[in-house]
Design a binder for this molecule. Structure first.
Ligand SMILES: C[S@@+](CC[C@H](N)C(=O)[O-])C[C@H]1O[C@@H](n2cnc3c(N)ncnc32)[C@H](O)[C@@H]1O
Length: 271
């Protein structure tokens, strides 16, 4: 793997670190734990598999596949059909060959075993190009891209518009990210937006849905207020082809000329 270095995370599962971006692919607290807490639980994945004969999942940023693998574990409840988007073929191959996950799932990924009628299709390209080719909607979309301040390409208003086009009316889009520009980009696409609360009642994870009833914990007044500050000016990428540098520059320029209130000034006023 070109820029990726392997390390052991605190739950014993393996994680990767990207040297070029100085960014981790997986939380140091635990790659496996992170996938369960930030994707499987917030999407109500298990409950969905008990209510349906087939769940269609779009896994944007498959990496070494924790999110897809954890989803596939529910294959006994219903068929899991996954479209996995990842531009680094070496990660996809490593995810199949390395024996860091349950053998039955690894065997399935290598095509050596069936899991009911479950399926996984890999699209190895820039996810911005792939989404334009997809047309069948999904019950669940996972967005596990690198943090927006490191690589903004999969967090633009226009990329979320594509994800919205691909989401079923009773589907959910889940991401670990709670950055203001990301929440703003969702709101600009008319998603209902919510969060998860941890055991200390702190907000983490962002959940977007087209049906308000699917949002158990909506953003509160202050969180919504923050999405109207300068800090929440979103990334733009009309043709889904800008470089990260172009996206950063464009946003910086917008921030510089914006008349919106800053986030700290807003918080000082409301707290
Ligand atoms: C935070 S990691 C995802 C970790 C992954 N979900 C897992 O379980 O291993 C982000 C991943 O997004 C991929 N990626 C980043 N930008 C991409 C793009 N524009 N299109 C496709 N994949 C991309 C990276 O190669 C990396 O594997």
């Amino acid at each position: 793997m070109k820029n990726a270095r392997i390390f052991k995370t605190n739950d014993g599962s393996i994680g990767l670190y990207n040297e070029e971006l100085d960014e981790i692919y997986h939380s140091r607290e635990g790659a496996q734990k992170e996938s369960i807490e930030k994707f499987i639980i917030p999407s109500d994945f298990e409950k969905r598999t008990k209510k349906s004969s087939c769940i269609r999942l779009l896994d944007v940023c498959y990496g070494i596949g924790y999110n897809s693998k954890n989803a596939l574990c529910f294959y006994k409840n219903c068929d899991i059909v996954i479209d996995a988007l990842e531009w680094d073929i070496e990660l996809v191959e490593y995810s199949k060959s390395a024996d860091f996950y349950k053998p039955e799932i690894n065997e399935f990924l290598k095509g050596e075993r069936k899991l009911g009628n479950s399926k996984i299709n890999f699209y190895v390209d820039d996810a911005r190009k792939t989404v334009l080719k997809l047309n069948e909607p999904y019950d669940v979309i996972f967005l596990d891209a690198f943090a927006p301040n490191k690589l903004p390409t999969l967090w633009s208003v226009e990329f979320f518009a594509q994800l919205k086009r691909l989401l079923l009316p009773d589907g959910v889009l889940v991401t670990y990210c709670s950055a203001q520009p990301v929440r703003r980009a969702m709101i600009l696409n008319n998603f209902f937006v919510g969060k998860m609360l941890n055991d200390k009642n702190h907000s983490f994870v962002t959940i977007a849905a087209l049906d308000e009833k699917l949002i158990k914990f909506p953003l509160d007044e202050i969180e919504l207020g923050l999405t109207n500050t300068k800090a929440a000016i979103p990334y733009r990428d009309e043709k889904l082809n800008l470089s990260a540098e172009e996206m950063f520059k464009r946003r910086e320029n917008e921030v510089k000329h914006s008349a919106l209130q800053g986030a700290s000034a807003y918080l000082k006023k409301v707290r």
